[in-house]
Design a binder for this molecule. Structure first.
Ligand code: PDD
Length: 276
């Protein structure tokens, strides 16, 4: 397996990460997960624009221009002969003696690797179960930062409850999933949390909103209350790896008739057209 390390590709066994790398010690860095379909990255420009924004928001200067990073990622896909899967890329603030404040001298480090992965066809067809749990994360969820403990603990709660995702609740309102954005449908209208500091501005969320516009499905970017979940007709999650995936049960209550709903299906079909 060939890994992108700084600006060159090396074998995985050659990669050396310093014990004082700030990503390792502080989660001080940002990342992206980019989907690859038939060797073609999907929404690469949007992901790299978000990476650039995340980096800027934590005062991290990218070591290279976006165009150069883009070409390095293309080489990574090619050298690993990646057909269907993901690219994971992270940028750490670099290595320096351990002190919380930014080091005066450190060079940001990029690493990226390819993971073969198939589309989650069964989940997309049948839908998945989710639980709700408190959103204990920080107040800059719009930054795709390496600090993921809030998300890790929430997802683990889902895993232990045989659920695919944890829907996060802050002040009684649904924000997003632990690693996904969440949408609801009620009386033909789509509801999702506004793109502010409380959620990650998902690329798949944005694609879904464009598809809804195209299909003339009315959208309200407003949070719904946790107590309103059982009244909803349909529910789905979106992410790079899960695409548009129906949620058919939340905690112990079915959503709608407990099967993927018609508007979710319409959006899924339209999404498929974009990736094939
Ligand atoms: N997760 N919300 C959160 C908290 C996320 O971590 C993610 C992505 C999303 C969906 O964003 P997008 O559509 O751009 O993938 C929403 C990635 C896939 C991950 O951490 O693995």
């Amino acid at each position: 397996q060939m890994i992108l390390y700084d600006d060159h590709l090396i074998d995985r066994s050659e990669v050396k990460i310093d014990i004082e790398d700030r990503a390792y010690q502080f989660g001080d860095g940002v990342y992206e997960v980019i989907r690859v379909y038939q060797a073609h990255p999907f929404c690469m420009d949007e992901h790299l624009a978000r990476l650039e924004r995340s980096a800027r928001e934590i005062y991290l200067q990218l070591p290279y221009e976006i165009e150069k990073i883009k070409s390095l990622l293309s080489q990574l896909i090619e050298k690993n002969n990646l057909q269907d899967g993901n690219i994971y890329i992270q940028i750490s603030r670099g290595t320096a003696p351990r002190q919380h404040g930014f080091p005066k001298e450190s060079r940001p480090l990029i690493i990226a690797y390819a993971q073969p992965n198939q589309r989650p066809l069964q989940d997309l067809k049948q839908g998945v179960r989710a639980i709700t749990t408190q959103d204990i994360r920080w107040l800059r969820c719009d930054i795709k930062s390496l600090n993921l403990l809030g998300a890790v603990l929430a997802k683990q709660a889902a895993v232990e409850n045989n659920a695919k995702e944890a829907i996060l609740i802050r002040d009684g309102k649904v924000t997003e999933g632990s690693s996904t954005n969440i949408f609801f449908i009620k009386n033909g209208q789509l509801w999702t949390h506004p793109a502010n500091h409380l959620i990650l501005h998902g690329i798949t969320r944005q694609v879904t909103l464009s598809l809804a516009e195209k299909l003339e499905i009315p959208v309200k970017q407003e949070a719904i209350l946790e107590s309103q979940i059982p009244e909803m007709d349909e529910c789905f999650l979106t992410s790079t790896t899960m695409e548009i995936c129906p949620i058919v049960q939340v905690n112990d209550q079915p959503i709608g008739n407990g099967h993927p709903g018609p508007i979710t299906r319409k959006l899924q079909l339209e999404f498929e057209k974009q990736i094939t």
